[in-house]
Design a protein around this ligand. Structure first.
Ligand SMILES: Cc1cc2nc3c(=O)[nH]c(=O)nc-3n(C[C@H](O)[C@H](O)[C@H](O)COP(=O)(O)OP(=O)(O)OC[C@H]3O[C@@H](n4cnc5c(N)ncnc54)[C@H](O)[C@@H]3O)c2cc1C
Length: 293
């Protein structure tokens, strides 16, 4: 028996990533591992170091384009204790594995507002922190007080807000092992928070291809511009390679019409970048994280 099973983690061999990503693509993870406690996480990371195995952190898989060839080594997801939520006055401490929309609704139940613009971001707290996920109204970095990361020595390190560099869809937490975060909220009437949540979700229903497999925005907005407008003005709405298509509803989304390959989506991204660069002289940078592509 491989020692990886002795870490106490749930371990699956050659698990298809297509069933764990919102884009519905991705080949097998050599080892797909779920750590539910800090001790399991420590044991797993120790094992990976001893075996010189790469570890890829996965959150909810809502911003990933994983190669059809899959991921070598360990693909790690946080569950169990990392899905806990604890309120303390106007603050909430949440595990990296908590689903962000659920957290926003739990805050609403407590009469705590301020996180509503994040309700439509279908990722984990850990993924949101690494991406500094957000909207025009709020990025998660704006309401973070502290983040707990596991360092190389196996100790939990507490980072204050001012020790973290939050940028547009990026943060200095990338490459770290994010375990927990504390968010600062404000007391508000529950009905107001719920109305606000409905407004944000309603806007998404109107503007995004809800119900189709996608990863949200494919490209970051270039300074002073909007990626969706550039793609639309380039005449690329509906443009298709295989079963990957530039959404007819929102030009900065690519949808998997069913059975698309990661390579089709990769090729479509490249084609869109090329046309936009030729027509407008703008280089579109990807927001989606590509793994093995
Ligand atoms: C329909 C739809 C709408 C979306 N709307 C928005 C939006 O409005 N705003 C926005 O910003 N994004 C949006 N997204 C993109 C996506 O939801 C966010 O980027 C989200 O924060 C990704 O979280 P995740 O848990 O799915 O991370 P993943 O996609 O699984 O991973 C993202 C990155 O985080 C890293 N990571 C994840 N967890 C950890 C951890 N615990 N420790 C260290 N590294 C980790 C991964 O290695 C990877 O580099 C949308 C996606 C979809 C499908």
């Amino acid at each position: 028996m491989d020692d990886i099973f002795k870490t106490g983690c749930k371990v699956l061999k050659d698990e298809p990533m297509a069933i764990h990503t919102t884009m519905g693509v991705g080949g097998p993870a050599e080892w797909f591992v779920e750590a539910s406690t800090l001790d399991q996480l420590r044991a797993l990371l120790k094992y990976s170091r001893e075996k010189s195995m790469p570890v890829f952190f996965m959150g909810w898989g809502s911003n990933l384009l994983i190669s059809d060839d899959g991921i070598p080594g360990i693909t790690l997801r946080l569950k169990g204790d990392f899905q806990s939520v604890a309120f303390d006055g106007t603050r909430v401490r949440a595990g990296a594995g908590v689903f962000l929309p659920t957290l926003v609704k739990q805050c609403a139940d407590q009469g705590l507002g301020g996180a509503e613009p994040l309700v439509g971001v279908p990722g984990s707290v850990g993924g949101a922190l690494v991406m500094n996920a957000g909207t025009r109204d709020l990025e998660i970095g704006n309401i973070i007080t502290t983040v707990e990361v596991l360092n190389q020595d196996g100790n939990v390190e507490l980072l204050n807000h001012n020790q973290i560099d939050f940028q547009y869809r990026a943060s200095s937490l990338a490459g770290k092992t994010v375990c927990f975060a504390t968010l600062q909220l404000q007391p508000q009437p529950k009905d107001d928070i719920i109305r606000s949540i409905q407004k944000f979700l309603g806007h998404r229903l109107e503007t995004q291809p809800v119900g189709m497999m996608n990863v949200g925005s494919i490209f970051k907005n270039p300074p002073g511009n909007f990626a969706a407008q550039l793609v639309e003005r380039a005449g690329l709405k509906g443009y298709r390679i295989g079963n990957a298509q530039v959404s007819t509803k929102h030009a900065n989304f690519i949808v998997n019409l069913g059975g698309a390959k990661a390579q089709d989506i990769r090729d479509l991204i490249t084609a869109v970048q090329k046309v936009v660069a030729e027509k407008f002289g703008v280089k579109l940078e990807t927001e989606v994280k590509m793994v093995g592509l």
